[in-house]
Design a protein around this ligand. Structure first.
Ligand code: FMN
Length: 192
């Protein structure tokens, strides 16, 4: 079995400087340094999805997005809840990546998901919608305790997640993702 350090792409649903979701991903990158190469992916340059530009007609930046996802061992998606759902910036990226349907780079890709919110209740709906969307593209959403970081403004300081309980949940989700990747690699290596 390959013991190469797993490459994880961290994608945030927010482009905001000082984003809580970006802070969660930055914290996880540091926590897993040495065990996983968690790269924070910039979704700002990704254009809006247009079905007229699929296959060879995809814009080069989208071709790169798909190639990067294909080459990665797994994804870590962290998003704020926007109007009870997935923010457009992240949904747009995974819409591009979901084509062609059922055989895309998202199919069977191990994915950890987490949501943040300033409010006391938000995040849960976004997380559910992420699961539904990822199911539709056959991604393997890793099973872990649900990571919903409510009241994010009280748990994130200086761009890092400092609340111990939330951090334990978020780390648990990445651990589950790494386990999934290990199992996947072992299965691949055992294939005749
Ligand atoms: C367009 C918009 C819609 C929002 N809708 C929700 C929502 O449905 N539920 C919620 O808990 N927070 C909602 N919020 C508040 C966000 O959770 C909050 O702005 C958060 O800090 C944004 O994430 P970020 O820090 O990663 O940029 C909304 C914010 C915006 C800008």
């Amino acid at each position: 079995m390959s013991d190469k350090t797993p490459v994880l792409l961290g994608m945030s649903g927010s482009l905001r400087g000082g984003s809580y979701s970006n802070a969660v991903l930055a914290t996880l990158r540091e926590k897993f340094a040495g065990r996983a190469d968690l790269r924070l992916y910039d979704l700002a340059p990704i254009p809006l999805y247009n079905q007229d530009f699929e296959g060879d007609k995809r814009p080069p930046i989208v071709q790169k997005l798909l190639a990067d996802i294909a080459a990665a061992d797994g994804l870590v998606l962290c998003a704020p809840e926007f109007n009870h759902s997935i923010p457009g910036v992240l949904k747009n990226a995974i819409d591009w990546a979901s084509r062609p349907a059922f055989t895309s780079v998202m199919a069977y890709k191990p994915v950890a998901i987490m949501a943040t919110s300033r409010g006391p209740l938000g995040g849960a709906r976004c997380l559910e919608h992420m699961k539904v969307a990822l199911d539709s593209m056959l991604s393997r959403v890793t099973l872990a305790r649900e990571v919903i970081i409510t009241g994010a403004e009280t748990k994130i300081r200086d761009g890092r997640l400092v609340d111990e309980t939330s951090l334990a949940f978020a780390c648990g989700a990445v651990e589950a993702l790494l386990t999934e990747i290990r199992l996947w690699r072992a299965a691949e290596a055992a294939r005749p």
